[in-house]
Write a protein that binds this ligand. Structure first.
Ligand code: PMP
Length: 305
């Protein structure tokens, strides 16, 4: 394959099937993971960045002088910056301090400006700060991933159809982490239309509120919520699976060591939840999950040490 723009390589990522005997997967049951870390910016959010920029231009919300401002844990910023550079658009990302330095460097490498907010104010603090900034500048576009229907629409139009195609419509359970909830809800909505009895399992870290827990800090990065994402409210979700940091990182390391899958901790958590789900299903079932990003953007956090 010869590319003339790296953006042509976004999406249509490979599916990985777990055949390794290190895990308790009942005979004839299958767990597949969509390897989103193989996108050119290294995460599932390249799809979102591309869709947001293209839609923004199409609908006139973005023109050549527009500045894009977005609160992000990093991957959405990388995805947005990757597609914004096609049009020489300026990008400013508001990032809570705790998020990894590697993601911040990648955003910078793609031309973005980074503004920090205190970790103690969480994502809500970053959202507020981005709104304050936008009010001071002219010709800005805030994609607002936490409320913009283009976020789930991205995955409804891309990930969902890819999974149905690749697995010939045979999926019993869809398992995915929830941050903004865009990946989960967009993909789940599409799958549910195609497979009416599909089970939908949302994954969160301990310290997230979806199972009624209290908001608290956690080390698993990219998933977990301090408020219920609006995108998931109307979905017929089977259950939420809450994964501890310890278990999430255990599987993050196992995936590297056993399969050579160099993925981030939200992938480890998604895999841990998939292993729990497969035990609840009859033999011969098929589970599909999403591995959102790569581990090399967390090495400063010593995830393998
Ligand atoms: N995993 C990682 C590593 C992420 O960065 C994100 C996005 N914050 C997610 C999972 C969750 O994706 P979404 O925002 O679509 O729920």
């Amino acid at each position: 394959m010869i590319l003339t723009t790296i953006h042509d390589y976004i999406g249509k990522t490979p599916l990985f099937e777990f055949t390794h005997d290190a895990y308790e997967i009942p005979k004839d049951s299958k767990i597949y993971a969509k390897l989103e870390y193989l996108n050119p910016g290294g995460s599932v959010k390249d799809r979102l960045g591309f869709y947001l920029i293209e839609q923004g231009l199409k609908t006139g919300k973005i023109n050549q002088d527009t500045t894009i401002i977005e609160p992000t844990a990093g991957n959405t910023g990388i995805g947005l910056a990757l597609s914004a550079l096609n049009y020489h658009l300026k990008t400013i990302f508001v990032v809570p301090e705790k998020f990894s330095i590697e993601k911040q460097q990648l955003m910078k490498a793609l031309g973005a400006e980074i503004i920090h907010t205190p970790t103690s104010l969480g994502m809500v603090g970053a959202i507020k700060k981005s709104q304050e900034l936008a009010a001071k500048l002219e010709n800005v576009y805030l994609p607002k991933q936490f409320e913009n229907p283009d976020n789930p629409a991205t995955y409804y139009h891309t990930l969902g159809p890819e999974l149905i195609d690749e697995l010939a419509g045979k999926i019993d359970s869809f398992v995915a982490g929830i941050g903004s909830g865009g990946t989960f809800s967009g993909t789940a909505s599409y799958l549910k239309e195609q497979i009416s009895d599909i089970r939908l399992i949302g994954v969160e870290p301990e310290g997230s509120i979806l199972n009624g827990g209290k908001a608290a800090s956690h080390e698993i990065e990219g998933i977990g919520v301090e408020f219920i994402p609006p995108f998931i409210e109307s979905l017929p979700i089977t259950r939420f699976e809450t994964i501890s940091d310890e278990e999430g990182f255990y599987y993050t390391r196992a995936l590297a060591k056993n399969q050579g899958l160099l993925v981030g901790s939200s992938s480890g958590a998604a895999f841990a939840a998939s292993l729990k789900e497969v035990q609840q299903l009859p033999a011969g079932s098929t589970i599909v999950t999403i591995f959102p990003d790569a581990s090399d953007r967390y090495l400063s956090k010593n995830i393998y040490l």
